[in-house]
Design a protein around this ligand. Structure first.
Ligand SMILES: Cc1cc2nc3c(=O)[nH]c(=O)nc-3n(C[C@H](O)[C@H](O)[C@H](O)COP(=O)(O)OP(=O)(O)OC[C@H]3O[C@@H](n4cnc5c(N)ncnc54)[C@H](O)[C@@H]3O)c2cc1C
Length: 507
């Protein structure tokens, strides 16, 4: 398995294994936990500065969201400049705008310096309003952009077949192949003396006076500094209350009429649909994304693919759908990412999360911020994205909603579980949490009747997992931990697998 889901993403074939024969008993300068764009970019930056770094990855490089993204490179964000001005003030919103430009410059710098062939291209982006409500949104977005000095120009035409009401063009955006890109970064990192340890799951840490001890599946590893690039660090942390996990869907397809829109496109629906092209094995594929929902909160995840495909078919002459996959991102309660010292850390543990749908940018920017904080003790972004910030106004109602929904999920699923008398009541191909002889189980029956039976309680915070039919996984609605049908952990913050009750049997 190379990605944290059963479906194959368009990027996945490029994933390769990295193993450096590492002496894990040495004291590292920095241990970076997580081998996605955030971890890999940060490790490279620190290694470039002469720090002895190691990347510790639970599965393989690109296993997480970076292997399931859509990889648009934008310097305008899901949290609009208007919202940023409203909640953080004009000067902070200007700095926020600068962060996107800085991140794209870092990516371009790496591609150039390390000669990374990753299908990178600069493109214009088109934001378009499909109805009056969206027109108002667009007006507000464009006004905010003007205030922070970000170029957005109203246009009369867009290269997409949607009947739009109004649209703006934003120059200087881009896209790339995320796995080819991080593979290139890893190769550069190793050439500079960096170490990568795959299949190494970090379970907890102990922060001492002069170093941190990480407890991992490969034993204890010591480092002077630790960076969690795992979304939320393992264990229970305040970040669970300020970030909520969401699933997002993507499909890649060919067009009968060959009318590929070569720029980037975004409508303003909630959640929005968005588009880009990727060449794959000599063929152009249009990638469309959208239909997001909170993890574990969709009755039928498969339906989200159908909805996305039906939506696209209204506008495009779809020939063949080649790939369809979903992945996970994190929504911060006040709209800004959390990059900096881990709350409660004594100063040697760092974190980068809450990127919304802009993690290519904020994952990259994290590398600069964390590098600067560790090497020089300061960064121009340290206050803006400080993980310990408290914003009582911005996002407060969302905060209450997210937190109470977690408590509700916890209680509801403990009470309302289907009771069954025999496993034969479960159909082939079905996954369900059931109550059987006063215990609750996560049960999946393959099409040939092979049964996978697990305890349904998430080992992280004891919530009940829910079935994700699209990715054949058990997803925790509380904090987003995910497990495959054999109970193996796919996505943290859990650090243990779901408990297996007994291996495959046929019923
Ligand atoms: C469908 C979708 C489309 C998106 N499109 C875009 C886009 O167009 N543009 C954009 O900018 N952003 C986009 N995003 C967001 C972006 O992809 C993510 O924010 C980004 O990939 C996150 O990178 P990361 O390195 O922080 O995390 P990941 O890539 O998830 O990497 C984290 C790694 O940590 C490992 N790990 C976890 N726990 C442990 C542990 N305990 N021990 C060791 N290792 C561990 C995991 O195995 C994983 O490999 C999208 C997100 C989704 C879901």
């Amino acid at each position: 398995m190379y990605r944290d889901g059963a479906r194959k993403s368009i990027w996945q074939d490029e994933i390769k294994r990295f193993s450096t024969e590492t002496d894990l008993s040495q004291l590292f300068s920095v241990a970076i936990v997580g081998g996605g764009i955030t971890g890999v970019s940060t490790a490279l930056k620190l290694q470039e500065s002469g720090e002895k770094c190691i990347i510790l990855e639970a599965a393989n490089i690109g296993f997480g969201t970076t292997g399931g993204t859509t990889a648009h490179l934008n310097d305008f964000f899901d949290t609009t400049f208007t919202k940023a001005i409203q909640d953080f003030g004009l000067e902070n919103a200007k700095l926020y705008a600068e962060s996107g430009r800085d991140a794209i410059a870092i990516i371009e710098g790496h591609i150039d310096k390390y000669k990374i062939s990753c299908d990178y291209a600069r493109k214009a982006a088109y934001l378009f309003a499909l109805d009056e409500e969206q027109e108002k949104k667009l007006k507000s977005i464009a006004e905010g952009a003007a205030k922070v000095g970000h170029e957005m120009t109203y246009v009369n035409e867009i290269p997409f077949p949607m009947p739009f009401k109004e649209a703006v063009c934003i120059p200087g955006q881009g896209y790339f192949h995320p796995v080819k890109y991080i593979k290139g970064l890893c190769e550069a990192f190793i050439r500079l003396g960096g170490e990568i340890e795959e299949n190494c799951r970090c379970e907890s840490h102990d922060e001492n006076e002069d170093h941190v001890i990480l407890k991992t599946s490969k034993g204890e590893i010591r480092a002077k500094q630790v960076i969690y690039a795992t979304h939320i660090p393992p264990g229970i942390n305040v970040l669970h209350f300020t970030n909520a996990p969401y699933r997002s869907y993507a499909i890649a397809f060919t067009l009968k009429d060959n009318k590929y829109p070569w720029e980037l496109g975004y409508d303003l629906s909630d959640p929005y649909h968005y588009y880009r092209i990727q060449e794959c094995d000599g063929e152009n594929l249009l990638i469309a994304g959208g239909e997001d929902h909170k993890t574990g909160h969709a009755d039928d995840t498969g339906e989200h693919f159908s909805k996305l495909e039906n939506y696209i078919r209204q506008y495009f002459e779809v020939e063949t759908v080649h790939y369809s996959w979903s992945s996970q991102y994190y929504e911060p309660v006040d709209g800004f990412p959390y990059i900096g010292k881990l709350p409660d850390s004594k100063g040697k543990i760092w974190v980068a999360t809450g990127f919304r749908g802009n993690g290519m940018i904020f994952g990259t920017l994290s590398s600069q911020i964390l590098h600067d904080m560790i090497i020089t003790g300061k960064s121009k972004y340290q206050n803006l994205f400080n993980p310990t910030r408290i914003k009582p106004v911005a996002g407060f109602s969302d905060f209450v909603e997210e937190a109470s929904s977690v408590v509700f999920d916890f209680i509801k699923d403990k009470i309302f579980v289907d009771k069954i008398a025999s496993f034969s009541e479960i159909k082939n191909g079905e996954g369900k949490v059931i109550r059987y002889e006063s215990e609750s189980y996560a049960l999946y029956k393959e099409n040939d009747g092979t049964l996978h039976l697990l305890k349904s309680t998430c080992p992280h915070a004891a919530c009940e997992v829910r079935w994700n039919s699209a990715e054949l996984s058990w997803d925790c609605p509380c904090h987003g931990s995910r497990f495959n049908v054999n109970g193996k952990m796919l996505t943290g913050p859990a650090t243990k697998d779901l408990q297996k009750v007994f291996p495959y049997q046929k019923y």
